[in-house]
Design a protein around this ligand. Structure first.
Ligand code: ZN
Length: 354
């Protein structure tokens, strides 16, 4: 019997319908085997001139910026979704990139009561995981995985200081079904002057939960999940990885800090190291146990407008893309998920586990 479930963090409903997993799966294109280096790839070493000047890179060989020798490299997106003036980014290692002839959207008459708009102020950056064109995050070593997450944290700390930035979205699109247009593994950072409704909604719901229950939402969630132990996939001293009660996507995962950390940029060095290894392991399980599905990974961090007394906690969400949303999903914003979250820990059991 399908189960109608509400996500307590977002209020969104999903239908868990395991019977639907029996349906024929669309044939997946054969896994492309990528080369280790692609001369046509703007993210590969040697092609640094194909990207805007770098903002930050880990270089352990004293090589010059915008030359090979980096291990993780960050630069502005060549085709940004948002733009920030150079003077807004407050650090010496930041050079904001803005096209010489920006295209301004012409709206004509602007006194509409319905069509609210403002310039898309912000910064859009790319963080390339490693020089290797063919090594996904799931296959990185401990140290490289930690350097990647450290780079994301560093840029997040810089960007949150820019005057107009209210929110920083960090994400990874893995595979074409997840929206990736360049195969070379990378993260993206989008700093915006608006707080997205999703973040606002999560904040409001965590506030009202705390008011009603006298305890933080994620404290209760972790306590219940660890006690029940049906949806917990893995855990370490700092983080718990679980399949949420009402997941939108098959094998959706949340990685939640045990401590009430509101901003991703506030994570300390040891939590970053443990997060990097845990994330790499989870993605490796997804790749090896579920046939390497395309996925989106999102780091949810608190909006800059957060007050000290607010209860927002950062967390990470991984959405595998093994099913494409259909008309019912798009029309109702209610997702049908053929895999019950209680089955996910077993489906993603690491090869070394019993
Ligand atoms: Zn490449």
């Amino acid at each position: 019997m399908p189960d109608f479930r509400q996500n307590p963090l977002t209020g969104q409903w999903v239908i868990i319908a395991p019977e639907r997993d029996q349906r024929p799966q669309p044939a997946r294109a054969a896994l492309e085997s990528l080369p280790n280096f692609d001369n046509a790839c703007p993210f590969c070493p040697g092609n640094e001139r194909e990207t805007p000047p770098e903002l930050f890179a880990y270089r352990f060989d004293h090589s010059q910026p915008d030359t090979p020798g980096w291990t993780v490299r960050c630069f502005p997106n060549k085709f940004p979704a948002t733009k920030l003036d150079a003077k807004e980014v407050p650090t010496p290692d930041s050079i904001a990139f803005a096209p010489k002839n920006p295209t301004i959207v012409q709206l004509g008459k602007t006194d509409s009561k319905l069509c609210e708009h403002q310039p898309a102020t912000g910064q859009h950056e790319v963080v390339v995981d490693s020089p290797a064109h063919d090594v996904p995050f799931a296959a990185q070593g401990d140290r490289q995985a930690a350097l990647i997450i450290e780079t994301l944290r560093h840029r997040s700390r810089m960007l949150i200081q820019a005057r107009d930035v209210k929110y920083i979205s960090i994400f990874k699109n893995h595979g074409r079904a997840a929206g990736a247009t360049i195969d070379h593994p990378h993260f993206q950072i989008l700093a915006t002057a608006i707080v997205p409704p999703v973040a606002n909604n999560m904040l409001l719901r965590q506030e009202s939960f705390a008011k009603e229950n006298g305890r933080a939402f994620f404290d209760v969630l972790l306590e219940e999940e660890l006690e029940l132990n049906r949806r917990v996939i893995a855990a370490n001293d700092e983080f718990v990885a679980l399949s949420p009660f009402a997941p939108q996507a098959p094998c959706e995962m949340w990685i939640v800090p045990r401590e009430p950390v509101p901003f991703f940029g506030e994570l300390g060095d040891e939590p970053v190291r443990l997060l990097a290894t845990l994330l790499r392991d989870l993605l490796h399980r997804l790749q090896s146990r579920r046939g390497d599905p395309d996925y989106n990974l999102v780091i949810h961090s608190g909006p800059r407008t957060l007050r000290a007394q607010d209860h927002f906690r950062m967390f990470i969400q991984v959405f595998p893309r093994s099913t494409a949303p259909g008309g019912f999903e798009l029309g109702s914003n209610t997702f049908i998920n053929p895999i019950a979250p209680e089955d996910v820990p077993n489906l993603l059991r690491a090869a070394s586990e019993p």
